[in-house]
Design a protein. Structure first.
Length: 476
């Protein structure tokens, strides 16, 4: 029983760690405007943070020289204690740190800096992960700024020409109802958190590089460092490299989720051979369009798949109908390989649900335990998650934005994208397993292109001259 309770405690602590970091970095921990009673995320919105369909934990590891992987439970526990502190503080209705002693203490020249719940030696201040108790934002410390304090001019340090606050103490008192206990302490220079970036794009693309440069210049202001009194900061016992790793996680997890979908499609196709193994990454390439702006796409596989498909269908028709005129065979082949036919075959196998047709947007990615702040309401007039293939859900309107999904996952997609994907999957299987694997892929799609060995030998028997002519050419 005791072991079960201990495991349950660790599971709860792991969830709290994930909630506080993802919401503290990329979302919000407090809701409500300044000057009013603000609500902590953990008071009423915890039921919105976790869903059975999207449930996994991302936990930090201890920095160790050995190959053994150990979870950093002390850091996770520290985050849990931070949540308990914020919750208790919020229940008192005052986000101030001075809960037991509200007297103001003048700062004396010592080697100790007072944070929210502890004091730290002045020589160990840099590269600490901290949480602001009045905003719920997570920062990393850079250095102490000597010759400054909460009594310093707010305009001079914050670089504001006209502010209604004379000092930092006045700012926090009037805006957050906080009375600083150590207003004479030096201010801390902090590095702000920022939105995650799409790290999956092709950075060698000149067009994208120009767009990224423009976007970075627009958001340059948000990257400025800020000054804050140390006593407003909770120290999280997590190394700063863990904080930096969180900016990689949206892109990393998106890629893993995409590979899992590709692997799921591979299992559905179910082609097993001792001499053949197709990688999930190759199937992912076959499902990725140019709109994803990544370093790979389906274009090359489409070229190969188109040729293999035409070859297989042509051979099948030639061998199956030896009496038909070549013009008639060409017409039958064109119908079998038309975009509308391939689109129908692809949608029958629900390939549209696997195709990646837009660049990854980290701002729309939400981790388990993270509250979604941006909503994209569904106006598609579809009750189910899966869109029926009715004509009312088809359009030739060029103003429609393709590949942009709503919160329910509905999106517009060009019909040719689906037919192209049929060809790219055939090309992917041909690359990995040759013609036999490509034929299996065609069979799974419902394309009649099977080559009967008995039909291959029949034209040679009926027309022996063809065999003799072929043999003579081979000798030459």
């Amino acid at each position: 029983m005791g072991k079960y309770i201990w495991m349950l405690y660790r599971y709860t602590a792991a969830k709290r760690f994930q909630e506080i970091f993802f919401n503290g970095l990329f979302g919000r921990l407090f809701f409500g405007s300044s000057g009013t009673s603000r609500e902590l995320l953990f008071h009423s919105k915890t039921s919105l943070l976790w869903h059975p369909s999207n449930m996994y934990l991302l936990l930090p590891l201890e920095d160790s020289l050995s190959n053994e992987l150990k979870i950093n439970w002390p850091g996770i526990t520290a985050c849990t204690l931070a949540v308990e502190f914020l919750t208790a503080d919020g229940n008192r209705g005052n986000p101030s740190l001075n809960l037991t002693d509200s007297s103001v203490t003048e700062h004396k020249e010592t080697n100790v800096i007072h944070f929210a719940k502890r004091s730290i030696d002045v020589n160990n201040i840099s590269n600490i992960v901290v949480l602001a108790i009045h905003t719920g934002r997570i920062y990393s410390t850079i250095e102490l700024v000597h010759d400054t304090s909460a009594k310093s001019s707010f305009n001079d340090i914050v670089d504001m020409n006209s502010s209604k606050f004379a000092t930092f103490s006045e700012y926090y008192n009037r805006k957050y109802c906080i009375v600083l206990k150590h207003p004479g302490q030096p201010l801390l220079l902090l590095k702000q958190s920022h939105n995650p970036h799409n790290l999956l794009v092709d950075f060698n693309d000149e067009d994208f590089s120009a767009q990224a440069l423009q976007a970075s210049s627009v958001n340059e202001k948000s990257w400025n460092n800020i000054h804050m009194p140390p006593e407003l900061l909770l120290v999280l016992d997590v190394p700063v490299y863990v904080l930096k790793a969180f900016y990689l996680l949206p892109s990393l997890m998106h890629r893993l989720e995409s590979l899992m979908l590709a692997s799921q499609l591979r299992e559905e196709i179910d082609f097993r051979s001792s001499n053949f193994d197709i990688l999930s990454s190759l199937i992912l390439e076959a499902l990725t369009t140019l709109r994803c702006c990544e370093s790979f796409s389906m274009e090359r596989l489409e070229l190969l798949g188109d040729s293999v498909l035409k070859y297989a269908v042509s051979c099948h028709l030639f061998l199956r109908d030896p009496e038909k005129h070549e013009g008639e065979l060409s017409m039958v082949r064109s119908l079998a390989l038309s975009n509308s036919t391939l689109h129908k075959l692809g949608t029958d196998r629900k390939l549209q649900g696997y195709i990646r047709d837009s660049a990854f947007d980290p701002r729309r990615w939400v981790a388990p335990g993270q509250l979604r702040l941006r909503s994209f309401p569904c106006n598609c007039r579809v009750d189910s998650r899966e869109v029926p293939l009715d004509k009312k859900f088809q359009t030739e309107d060029l103003e429609i934005k393709v590949s942009i999904s709503c919160d329910r996952g509905h999106r517009w997609m060009c019909s040719k994208t689906i037919s192209d994907c049929v060809e790219t999957l055939i090309g992917a299987y041909h690359v990995s397993g040759g013609l036999i694997a490509a034929l299996h892929m065609m069979k799974w799609l419902g394309i009649d292109a099977e080559l009967d060995p008995s039909l291959v030998a029949k034209p040679l028997i009926v027309h022996p001259y063809n065999l003799m002519s072929l043999m003579m050419k081979c000798r030459l």
